[in-house]
Design a protein around this ligand. Sequence first.
Ligand code: AMP
Length: 285
Amino acid sequence: MSVTAVRSVSDLRRHLAPWRKAGESIALVPTMGALHEGHLSLVALARSKADRVVASIFVNPIQFGPREDFTRYPRDEAGDLAKLGSAGADLVFAPGTAEMYPDGFSTKVYVGDLTEDLCGASRPNHFDGVATVVAKLLLQCAPDLAVFGEKDYQQLLVIKRLVRDLDIPVEIVGGPIVREEDGLALSSRNVYLSPAERKIAPLLHQTISAVAADLSEGRGADDASQAGRFKLEAAGFRVDYVAVRDPDTLKRLSGPVKRARVLAAAYLGRTRLIDNVAVPVPTSR
Ligand code: AMP
């Protein structure tokens, strides 16, 4: 199944206009391409909630730091279009960098508070880049809803806050994390892992799940997250953070907790992996 790809905002709007005129609802699924089943699950979720699904593919240069992997980020547009066609997307928006950031582009969207720590601490400007591109995509497409993965949990909350603060008329929907059988969260960056690193990688999910289980049994948040950090370090990860946070505000929690999110970021070699789990662990997953 093939799907139409458009490259300009004007073409995007030309395709959307008749759908809107017919009263059809539109869902947007923003991605950076190199698509896997995690992305496609978001397309399926969008399909279940809207009449039309638009997916975007744009490797957003302004959300990468100068020493990060923008140039080597995996790209496979032909493969992505085939996958999106089969998954039932109606349209793909795949703009070039000049369409998104023409000469003289000088606006930045900054979401405070939620972006100060966790991934924001080790990736300065990352969330400004995310908020800026997502604000643009939402204004370009003006969807009724937009779907983002819980895989990037902090990002999901940042986007909900952005939409609330700027009164952007869109519903933000979060989709559950899709994992490999051994628990590793699917990520476009998993291709960077060497075979040896790939063997160790599932320990990230195992470890934060153990932290979540400890918390459910009443262990204190600091104690449980510290134990998680040690476990990851012993396995060969360079740990950025293992954190126990309020699931809505990302505020720090300490002592015994009732509802929380355990979030972690850790490097294997040059590859930065992130993951998170809910506390209490939902029984349906
Ligand atoms: P990316 O292409 O990495 O920017 O991701 C595009 C969207 O897919 C984001 O909303 C991610 O949170 C989401 N996503 C990435 N990996 C997964 C996964 N394993 N399960 C569910 N959603 C995911």
